[in-house]
Design a protein around this ligand. Structure first.
Ligand code: FES
Length: 122
């Protein structure tokens, strides 16, 4: 089995990833920047960019639904349904604390898990 080399350093500098109108029309675009696969998203008139493969087990995020959870716009990885915020790459999940007198589901954060990238419009 071939292993992907895990890149620890973020891509450096700025990279042209496409014309604004083309990225808007496509809504989801795949790019490779310095060997790193990136998903560029245009959603609700905002650009986002994050690593193309889910931090969990490499699921292809370009096929994920985008939904709001706990006030955060997230992409739902199609492989295991992990929810990753578009703005920060935060992974969130819903659970109950069994020690609560009345266990009530609420959202928790696993922290920033998915690498995101800055999109600059020029
Ligand atoms: S591979 Fe994406 S949630 Fe598991």
């Amino acid at each position: 089995m071939e292993e992907r080399e895990e890149r620890q350093e973020p891509a450096t500098g700025s990279h042209f990833v496409g014309k604004k109108e083309d990225l808007i029309k496509a809504k989801r675009s795949f790019r490779t920047v310095e060997g790193r696969d990136i998903l560029v998203l245009y959603h609700q008139e905002i650009f986002y960019a994050l690593d193309f493969h889910s931090y969990h087990a490499g699921g292809p995020l370009q096929n994920g639904d985008i939904e709001e959870f706990d006030g955060k716009l997230c992409i739902v990885c199609p492989k295991h349904k992990f929810k990753i915020s578009l703005a920060k790459g935060e992974s969130i999940y819903r659970a109950t604390n069994p020690y609560d007198p009345v266990p009530t589901p609420r959202w928790y954060s696993k922290g920033i898990k998915q690498r995101i990238h800055t999109v600059t419009e020029i």
